[in-house]
Write a protein that binds this ligand. Structure first.
Ligand code: NAD
Ligand code: 6OD
Length: 520
């Protein structure tokens, strides 16, 4: 936990060495002065924890203290959920669809107006390069508030004419109503993007929300509260509670009896705990969970595109993308060439601070996560891997060595039953294995309990589509990766999730579909 007081000694009290230069002391002072207090956002106001419980938020770039986060207990969560319940029946519930859409469009515009603040906050929390967040996280964070209103406005509900014995007939009309108060539990890897991906459609459909962002990344969700107020979104529609999972805000929120539905993104094991919580009271769930995604590279691929795409799918965001490729299967005639080209790509990655415009590779999100990823690096060697490149912790120099840095890594030579090949690592690493036939690679790709995404590289459309149809995943990309159209279905098969969101599929989750039968 990058945020836990228990594991993070205060830099000043605990570790200020006698030899700090004036420059270093000033730098630390500057950071401490900018230190933030992240409060809950409840009923349109920022409020602290009633019992005063807090935890630390640290920057993974160099482990400096970013701020103090309030941790919600049962009473704080109860207040947030009751505010959301009240707003549901209040001004929000009384607005027309057009009025709500107008407000959500304003929210999107305001995020874009305050783009640099969101960018800075996201990059400090996650350590990711500005160059990445500027193109992915923040624009998508805004777009999520527009895309779903448009879907909603343009999607018809069903209607059926029924013949009846008296000859007059009946008409059935589908009518959608909001589901109620939605609990949104989000992860740390794309904090704004993945939170708004759920809040956008939830609000567009007329629900109210209580969001629990990851304890690692509280900043942009907190900032969104200000934007909601600036745009005139009524108090209680958007609420935020901070804290951890079990025994903390996450558990209190998902077990609260006034929560009508829970939408979650995170690890499969956390998803299992939340499904159990949702079973009480039979609340609806939408689960977007982990993956161990295969990339399949056929010998007839465009090699430049396959290498460039695999570089992104394995290493962008320091490998912390649920859709990322951790298992790469390459057809034998091009195996050596592909490994060589991917290694060359990795060697060119530039590690650096978020604001370094030349950098395209940041640290992992926390020291705790770095320990987990590093333990897999050691395990790979124990399991017999050839480390093609990377495999360790880089020396980033005195100023950054306290950060959660890790080397991008490629392995070959592991058996198919190695834990490194079977378990989700969620770091900048992949194992590359040769294959000989289409049949063999389909079996290898599907040999996993996960089923989120697969990527296929081939210039043969017939073959790509044939293979895509046999992937046991919710998503397949052919000759691309993470190319997103928000009207399409998004979600995982097998242990990667339950349900689909995106476009009209979101409407299924975020609304209750009622059938009204009118006898004529
Ligand atoms: P995580 O499961 O540890 O945490 C996710 C959220 O759940 C956090 O807000 C956390 O505080 C909360 N939480 C933890 N325990 C809880 C509990 N018992 N009750 C309620 N809430 C609880 O996941 P993470 O480490 O933040 O994110 C990384 C994981 O997320 C990876 O497995 C990745 O594959 C997955 N992920 C999946 C998708 C997808 O779309 N399928 C997208 C992004 C990330
Ligand atoms: O693009 C999206 O809508 C989405 N949910 C992406 C998930 C990325 C996972 O890390």
């Amino acid at each position: 936990m990058k945020g836990s007081c228990r594991f993070s000694p205060n830099k000043f009290d605990g570790r200020k060495p006698a030899y700090l230069s004036v420059y270093q002391t000033l730098n630390i002072l500057k950071k401490e002065i900018r230190m933030k207090e992240y409060k809950h956002f409840i009923n349109g106001d920022y409020v602290g924890s009633q019992k005063g419980k807090t935890f630390e938020n640290r920057c993974p770039v160099d482990n400096h203290l970013l701020g103090i986060v309030h941790e919600a207990d049962e009473q704080d969560v109860d207040l947030a959920v009751k505010s959301a319940k009240k707003a549901l029946k209040g001004p929000w519930g009384n607005m027309t669809q057009n009025q709500r859409t107008e407000l959500l469009n304003k929210v999107a515009d305001r995020i874009n107006e305050r783009f640099d603040e969101f960018l800075e906050a996201e990059c400090l929390d996650t350590g990711k390069p500005h160059s990445i967040a500027r193109h992915i996280d923040i624009p998508r964070g805004a777009a999520n508030f527009k895309a779903f209103s448009e879907t909603l406005a343009n999607h018809p509900t069903e209607s059926f004419r029924l013949d009846t014995p008296d000859g007059n007939g009946a008409v059935n009309v589908g009518h959608r109503t909001p589901k109620g108060v939605i609990a949104v539990i989000s992860p740390w890897n794309l904090p704004l993007l993945l939170m708004t991906w759920k809040v956008g459609p939830a609000l567009a459909c007329g629900n109210t929300v209580v969001v629990k962002p990851s304890e690692e990344t509280p900043a942009t969700t907190t900032l969104l509260g200000e934007v909601m107020n600036e745009c005139g979104v009524p108090a209680g529609v958007f609420n935020v509670v901070h804290g951890f999972g079990s025994g903390s805000a996450g558990q209190f929120l998902t077990t609260h009896p006034l929560i009508d539905a829970i939408t979650f993104t995170g690890e499969t094991s956390t998803g299992e705990a939340i499904v159990k919580a949702a079973a009480v009271g039979l609340r609806s769930i939408s689960m977007e969970c982990g993956g161990k995604n295969p990339g399949i590279v056929f010998a007839d691929c465009d090699m430049d595109k396959a290498v460039e795409g695999t570089m992104r799918s394995a290493f962008v965001n320091c490998g912390q993308v649920c859709l990322g490729t951790e298992r790469v299967y390459v057809e034998r005639p091009i195996f050596d060439e592909f490994v060589k080209r991917l290694k060359e790509g990795v060697a060119k990655l530039k590690l650096g601070r978020p604001e370094d415009e030349g950098a395209n590779f940041g640290p992992l999100v926390s020291l705790e996560h770095r320990n987990k990823v590093h333990s897999y690096y050691k395990l790979a060697v124990e399991e017999g891997a050839t480390v093609e490149i990377g495999g360790g912790i880089p020396d980033m120099g005195e100023a950054l060595n306290d950060g959660a840095w890790i080397e991008p890594t490629i392995w070959t030579g592991l058996p198919d039953n190695a834990r490194v090949v079977r378990e989700e690592i969620f770091g900048p690493c992949c194992h590359i294995r040769p294959f000989d036939t289409e049949e063999e690679v389909i079996a290898l790709a599907n040999d996993t309990e996960y089923g989120l995404a697969a990527t296929i590289w081939s210039e043969s459309s017939a073959r790509s589509i044939r293979v895509a149809e046999q992937m046991e995943t919710g998503l397949v990309w052919i000759n691309s990766w993470f190319l997103r159209d928000l009207r399409t279905a998004f979600g995982g098969a097998k242990q990667s999730g339950i349900g689909r969101e995106g476009g009209v599929h979101g409407l299924e989750f975020y609304t209750e579909l009622k059938n009204i039968c009118i006898k004529l």
